[in-house]
Design a protein around this ligand. Structure first.
Ligand code: ZN
Ligand code: ZN
Length: 353
């Protein structure tokens, strides 16, 4: 008998605790695949989506966008992938056929789809992924599931932000403001690129994790005024002149400003943290120091080989960021726990059977 349902974490109202239940199987698109989910990360974007902060989401909904799994079915137009292959996917899936995609910028594709946002995601036994030939990335069978899943969102986002957007160089100083999963990814990547990394957070646990994955210095900003935080960061840079690159991974107006004000002349700020409202920014400082403010939004699949090589060779170890491995049944509580401060440091990974 054909299976027509699967288990998934499902919600019908924003902000109401999701439930694990049987739902209809996802539909296979002609150029897409169905992937049997092996592992999926609990990312702050899932939490934003659950609370109704993302206008792409239609109810009812299944979250999840940071995944690794095995192809279960392929559409008739798919040429490069086959059933049984282990894959991950950038959370921004490109169409492959628009001006942005033609220019190699699928991460800002005008027709993009995002599992867990534009359609049901990977907190489920199976997930549909569209335009497979453009978006899938084959993953070696022996790579840790957590390392592979993190390539779908947080690790790739930080990699593109630092390497392709900010152009971080060896011996530069990098300030990472906010040490959740994406911030810790940036710390690890920055250190591997040969930068001196200063990690900033209000949580001792998060800063301990940052030190373990490569931060040379930490600033605990708990209870400090913003000017004091900036002063402490700058005091850790050569001659107090400021950092060359700042990355904000939290999404708050005052921490965006802290990142910008910590920069040396001609420094680059790259913004990853999502903000509910547009922030006021210290543009006077941007002008006077000739700073550059950059955004970064995922990474296109064709840029993955260089990152995957660093992960497969062990120079980058995304799995070291994973502090908890849970089951699908634990996922609703893990999502809800992100509403309260003091969540455990590091990344939570959902593993399926
Ligand atoms: Zn496109
Ligand atoms: Zn994410």
């Amino acid at each position: 008998m054909q299976t027509v349902t699967m288990k998934a974490v499902y919600f019908e109202e924003f902000g109401v605790l999701p439930v694990l239940r049987e739902v209809p199987e996802p539909l296979l698109s002609a150029a897409g695949v169905i992937v049997r989910v092996e592992a999926t990360g609990v990312c702050r974007s899932d939490w934003h989506g659950w609370l109704g902060h993302d206008t792409d989401i239609a109810l009812p909904h299944v979250p999840g966008h940071e995944l690794v799994g095995v192809i279960d079915a392929v559409g008739p137009l798919v040429r490069r992938f086959r059933v049984g292959q282990r894959v991950t996917v950038p959370f921004v899936c490109a169409c492959g056929d628009c001006p942005e995609c033609d220019a190699g910028n699928g991460q800002v594709c005008r027709n993009q789809t995002q599992p867990g946002f534009t359609h049901w995601g990977s907190y489920a036994e199976r997930v549909a992924l569209h335009n497979a030939d453009v978006n899938l990335i084959a993953i070696p069978g022996d790579l840790d599931a957590g390392a592979a899943a993190l390539l779908g969102c947080r690790f790739a986002t930080s990699y593109r932000a630092l390497v392709h957007q900010a152009g971080l160089q060896r011996r530069e100083t990098l300030v990472v403001v906010g040490c959740g999963g994406v911030g810790l990814s940036a710390v690890m990547i920055g250190q591997a690129l040969g930068a001196t990394v200063i990690a900033v957070d209000i949580s001792t646990d998060a800063l301990d994790a940052a030190t373990r994955v490569g931060a040379a210095h930490v600033v605990n900003s708990f209870g400090l005024g913003d000017a004091e935080v900036v002063q402490r960061i700058r005091a850790l840079t050569p001659n107090g002149s400021g950092a060359q690159v700042s990355l904000e991974a939290l999404g708050r107006e005052n921490t965006v400003a802290i990142g910008i004000r910590s920069l040396a002349t001609r420094g680059r700020h790259v913004q990853i943290g999502l903000l509910a409202d547009d922030p006021r920014m210290p543009l006077g400082t941007v002008i006077a120091r000739e700073l550059t403010v950059l955004g970064s939004h995922g990474m296109p699949a064709h840029d993955y080989p260089a990152l995957l090589e660093l992960v497969v060779s062990g120079r980058l170890r995304p799995n070291d960021l994973i502090s908890r491995r849970i089951t699908l049944a634990d996922a609703p509580a893990a999502l809800a726990a992100m509403s309260t401060p003091g969540a455990p440091a590091g990344v939570t990974l959902i593993e399926l059977d």
